[in-house]
Design a protein around this ligand. Sequence first.
Ligand SMILES: C[S@@+](CC[C@H](N)C(=O)[O-])C[C@H]1O[C@@H](n2cnc3c(N)ncnc32)[C@H](O)[C@@H]1O
Length: 450
Amino acid sequence: MTNQSQVNLRLMALSVLDEIIKDNRFSHKVLNQVLKNHQELKKQERAFITRLVEGTLENLIYLDYVINQFSKTKTSKMKTTICNILRLSVYQLMFMESVPDSAVCNEAVKLAKKRGFVKLSGFVNGVLRNIARSIDNISLPSEEKNPIEYLSVLYSFPEWIIKIWLEEYEYEVVKEICIASNSIPETTIRCNKTKISPTELKERLVKEGVNVKEGQFLDYGFNISNYDYLGKLDTFNKGYFQVQDESSMLVGEVADPKKGDLVIDVCAAPGGKSTHIAELCGECHVVSRDLTYDKTELINENVRRLNLTNIKVEKFDALELDENLIGKADIILADLPCSGLGIIRKKPDIKYNANENQITSLIELQRNILKVIQEYLKPGGILVFSTCTINKRENEDNVKWLIENLNFEIEDARAFLPEVLRDERHKGCIQILPHQFNTDGFFIARLRKL
Ligand SMILES: C[S@@+](CC[C@H](N)C(=O)[O-])C[C@H]1O[C@@H](n2cnc3c(N)ncnc32)[C@H](O)[C@@H]1O
């Protein structure tokens, strides 16, 4: 990378960060859009911007804690752009060993000037050089006296999340969840077995220069790396695979669709689970729904690319009762909107945007959706309830509520899954935590309508 391009890459990273923080936008959306708009960037440059933005976001509370030890003006009182220049730079000082300290400070000064803060460039320089000099003596809250604050700062999780996890999991487990949630996720893909066998897909990917690792649960799941972007891969464009976390693929296994089944996926975008079900059983029929046109278009794109003919995509609000479907479904997938606390490694902004009140409203929404959609099941039909979160209130408590209020009984989801997942703790449900298998944190329950 030339000097000029280094400044430009940092400038891009700064603009992305400003947009995410100032405008409260989802990081992956802003980042993907910028990378899409800059096709001229090399693979290494894309990786640099991505790491800089995601790493800074992952460590925001920690970075602010460090900056506040060295700056008289606290981060909460700084102009957002100046604060973000410091955050990006301290992230490089502390986490990116390949970048020399002097380069970090010089580039930060240039960034401040480029963004019109000539007068504040000296301040930026002073704070950063101070931090660089003292990097080995940075203090943290006391783990013994203040474990919640300690975990919150060290791993950059708001204290309320640490508290709810500590109510459910042991201290060391919470630590592991935090570490896993800050790790860099690999891309996991599901082989579209209606078009190609897993072995052949692997061979073709390798020929395209992609690194491929076997998944841990299913013979058609792989982790891939060393590719530029998916749209450049022939195997992707031909519909030979779909990006999907392996934990989420387990939903299809637990649903276990059979010939002739009508499966309704009520919250389906972007269609990971709907398309998986359609692939698992070519002779079942899938109705795949989501709330808005934009969302259903995402499903349609995947259905077209994967070349599936047994899915009907519809824009439909799951809170509304569809009289035409009452008593018709063999299987309902309820992969409901949730707090997403299991997928923070993929969407780090979740930890700053979620709050406890939102969880209460989400539970209300989840139950309102469940009340409506259970009407679509035939007697004896199956409801697969799943979330990508790891808190009991949205998971086990909802299952208990379904059993007590809507006439369901639990079936053992573990019976459909590999041995390694047969955990005794969750009464037949599956709760995967992010540190256990290097997957998303995920919850799955299989219930039968009585
Ligand atoms: C967890 S995501 C679904 C992911 C999807 N099942 C997959 O595997 O790709 C939840 C989805 O619920 C949708 N949603 C939220 N409220 C809804 C509603 N009232 N009706 C239908 N869909 C809704 C959101 O738009 C979002 O796409």
